[in-house]
Design a protein around this ligand. Structure first.
Ligand code: AMP
Ligand code: MG
Length: 319
């Protein structure tokens, strides 16, 4: 079977990073730095990226890694840098910076994409966050591993193309196959951060296809895990009105997307197009994200198309 070795290495890397993140969350008074895009980053983001990149590069030295963080901010912040060094005591300072910057690779025929802590805001609030690792080859996500330490007792979601999605307990190691259609759940999942989507429109569309339960709000790609494990039936991420041209980062969706697809669900952009993870570090060819347990997908896309045709300025002028 193909890609089992890659999945095993990604699982091992995600588990190491999970230990580091939980240690930071439970025993260190956390502060965060602010990146240029005003999003927060913590010592756990840097530590997680360093150890995952080290691990991936040791086992797959030919593969590029496209990851969220770079060492630039850490180089300007000696206090935070020394805190990261304490998390990885067997490494020299230069090794840590080099490992983090292994993540500055480019998309190509085969590469990994990594979010060392997806949902840093959730991590800081002691809510949901995920460590997300995906392997992309020939334009297709082949392996996705999501560690979700705050999802139920803590679990890993693991998918391999053509081989299904599994849920592995971080507590007991118990593993089971997932089907998004096991227990149909007509509940919408969306971000906690209202500026990462268009909650008003998302809820209107969910209502239009018959969803009545209040939405499940969660940070990070844990939302994809919620669909794969039937805690929700639909995840919508429509562009925030103030940033209509926002393009999603590949590391924010690649692992989650294969986890939903291999559990029998469907993932497209808001126009129904497949997500193109190989064009750039951003999903430049796609707008918005729709992930569902499958059977409702066409109805959701039709409802979006209808709502958009009622609200586009061109259409308003023509009426
Ligand atoms: P979530 O926890 O699902 O809200 O997603 C967190 C991710 O949202 C972060 O990793 C950011 O890369 C991403 N993000 C930041 N700004 C925006 C935005 N305006 N629209 C959509 N996603 C965003
Ligand atoms: Mg992220």
């Amino acid at each position: 079977m193909q890609y089992i070795y890659e999945a095993d290495i990604a699982i091992a890397a995600a588990k190491q990073a999970t230990i580091l993140c939980k240690h930071v969350q439970h025993s260190i008074q956390l502060t965060s730095l602010e990146k240029l895009d005003q999003s927060p980053v913590t010592i756990a983001d840097f530590g997680s990226q360093a150890i995952i990149c080290r691990f991936l590069a040791e086992h797959f030295p030919q593969d590029a890694i496209v990851a969220e963080e770079s060492s630039a901010l850490l180089r300007q912040s000696p206090t935070q840098f020394s805190a990261v060094q304490k998390l990885i005591p067997d490494a020299t300072p230069d090794q840590i910076l080099d490992w983090i910057d292994l993540g500055q690779g480019k998309v190509g025929e085969r590469f990994w994409t990594l979010d060392p802590i997806d949902g840093t805001k959730g991590f800081l609030r002691n809510q949901q966050y995920a460590i997300a690792i995906a392997l992309i080859e020939s334009g297709e996500v082949k392996v996705g591993v999501l560690s979700c330490p705050a999802f139920e007792e803590g679990c890993l979601f693991v998918a391999i193309r053509g081989q299904g999605t599994r849920r592995i307990s971080l507590e007991t190691g118990a593993s089971r196959a997932l089907s998004a259609l096991d227990a149909p759940n007509f509940r919408l999942a969306e971000s906690v951060e209202t500026s990462h989507g268009d909650p008003e429109l998302q809820r209107r569309i969910a209502r239009s296809i018959g969803f009545t339960t209040p939405s499940l709000q969660m940070d990070s790609q844990a939302k994809y895990g919620a669909i794969a494990s039937s805690h929700a039936g639909l995840y919508m991420r429509l562009p925030w009105k103030e940033k209509p041209n926002y393009r999603e980062n590949i590391w924010d969706h690649a692992a989650g997307a294969i986890i939903v697809e291999e559990a029998g669900g469907q993932v497209t952009d808001m126009d129904g197009n497949p997500l193109n993870f190989s064009a750039s570090a951003q999903l430049i060819e796609n707008r918005g994200i729709i992930a569902s347990s499958g059977e409702i997908h066409a109805a959701v896309l039709a409802s979006i198309a209808q709502q958009m045709s009622q609200t586009t300025p061109d259409n308003q002028q023509g009426e």
